[in-house]
Design a protein around this ligand. Structure first.
Ligand code: AMP
Length: 296
C-alpha cells in the first residue's frame, strides 16, 4: 500500500476498476467493512483520509476530531487497501477556491438543521474526490443515512459515472453504532448513548410486529429513552431512504434517524425499515471490543 498526498499521485497508482472509500480517518470496524467490500469487488482500492474543514462549518469539533494517520495506514493496509490518499487542506482546496456543491432539499432537514453548512461541505469534498480519483464504485456507510442520500443525489445530478454502494451499520457489542467520536465519550455518557439504538430498535420491533403509523412508531422511540440519562435529543425523524425526504406513510424503504448531544459529543444513529420484506435492518455487530479502544 502506498500513502500519497495528491490526486496526480493517486491516478499514477490506479489500474483496472477503482473502488473509493472516503473517510475522515481514525478507523474503526465500520470503516474496515467498507474497505473490505471495496477489496472484494474492485481491482484498485483507494481509501481517502481527510478531515474536511468545510463540513464542520467553524465548529470546535474540527480541532477535536481524533486523528492518527500512522494507525490508519496500518489498518488500511491490513484491510486490503492499495492506496491511502491523505491530502493536506491546501491541496484539496486551492487558494481562492469558490465552488461549493449544494444539494437542495436533501440537505435541509435533520443534520442539515443542526449543522447548516455541513452537507454542502460533504457534497463538495465528495464531488472533488469523484472528479480527482475517478472511481468506478464508491463505498459509504448507512450509518450516515442522510449523507448517503446527499451523495447519491449529487452523483446522479452531476453525472458522475460512479456506482454508490451503501453498507450496513457496524455496531459495538453493546449496540452503540461505531463512530470515531465514541473515543470522546466518558463512561456515564457512553451508558446514556445506548439509549439511541435502544429507541431505534424499539421502533424496529414495533414495525416488524406490523405497526405502520408514523406517530406511533416515533412515540415508541421517545417512550424508550431514559429521560433521566442526561441526553439532549436533537431529533427523531422518519425519512425516505433514497432521498431523505419526509414521508407520510411507509411505502418504500425509510430510515428512522436519531441524533443527540451527549457529554458534548454529537452522535447519530438510524435503522432501516423495509415495507417489502417487513423487516427492520439493525446492522451488524463486532465480536470483540472495538479497535478504537486499543488492545484492552
Ligand atoms: P467518517 O470517517 O466518519 O466520515 O466515515 C467514513 C465512512 O464510514 C462513511 O461512509 C460512514 O458512513 C462510514 N461509517 C462510519 N461509521 C460507520 C459504522 N458504524 N458502520 C458502517 N459505516 C460507517
Amino acid at each position: 500500500m502506498r500513502t500519497v498526498e495528491t490526486f496526480g499521485q493517486v491516478r499514477e497508482l490506479v489500474e483496472g476498476s477503482v473502488g473509493l472509500v472516503p473517510t475522515m480517518g481514525f478507523f474503526h470496524e465500520g470503516h474496515l467493512s467498507l474497505i473490505a467490500a471495496a477489496r472484494r469487488s474492485t481491482e484498485t482500492v483507494v481509501v481517502s483520509v481527510f478531515v474536511n474543514p468545510l463540513q464542520f462549518g467553524g465548529s470546535p469539533d474540527l480541532a477535536a476530531y481524533p486523528r492518527d494517520v500512522e494507525r490508519d495506514a496500518a489498518l488500511a493496509r491490513a484491510a486490503g487497501a492499495d492506496v491511502l490518499f491523505v491530502p493536506e487542506v491546501d491541496t484539496m482546496y486551492r487558494e481562492g477556491s469558490r465552488t461549493i456543491v449544494t444539494v437542495e432539499g436533501v440537505a435541509d432537514s435533520m443534520e442539515g438543521v443542526h449543522r447548516p453548512r455541513h452537507f454542502s461541505g460533504v457534497a463538495t469534498v465528495v464531488a472533488k474526490l469523484f472528479a480527482g480519483v475517478r472511481p468506478d464504485v464508491a463505498y459509504f456507510g448507512r450509518k450516515d443515512a442522510q449523507q448517503l442520500a446527499v451523495v447519491r443525489t449529487m452523483a446522479a445530478d452531476l453525472s458522475f459515472p460512479v456506482e454508490i454502494h451503501g453498507l450496513p451499520i457496524v455496531r459495538e457489542q453493546d449496540g452503540l453504532a461505531l463512530s470515531s467520536r465514541n473515543v470522546h465519550l466518558a463512561n456515564e455518557d457512553r451508558a446514556a448513548a445506548l439509549n439511541l439504538h435502544r429507541a431505534l430498535f424499539a421502533v424496529g420491533d414495533a414495525f416488524e410486529a406490523g405497526e405502520r403509523s408514523l406517530s406511533t412508531l416515533l412515540g415508541r422511540a421517545s417512550a424508550t429513552i431514559d429521560v433521566g440519562a442526561g441526553i439532549d435529543i436533537d431529533y427523531i425523524e422518519i425519512a425516505d431512504a433514497s432521498d431523505a425526504s419526509t414521508v407520510d406513510r411507509i411505502e418504500q424503504p425509510v430510515f428512522v434517524a436519531i441524533a443527540a448531544d451527549i457529554g458534548g459529543v454529537h452522535l447519530i444513529d438510524n435503522i432501516l425499515l423495509d415495507p417489502t420484506t417487513e423487516r427492520a435492518d439493525r446492522g451488524t455487530y463486532i465480536d470483540n471490543s472495538s479497535i478504537l479502544y486499543g488492545d484492552s
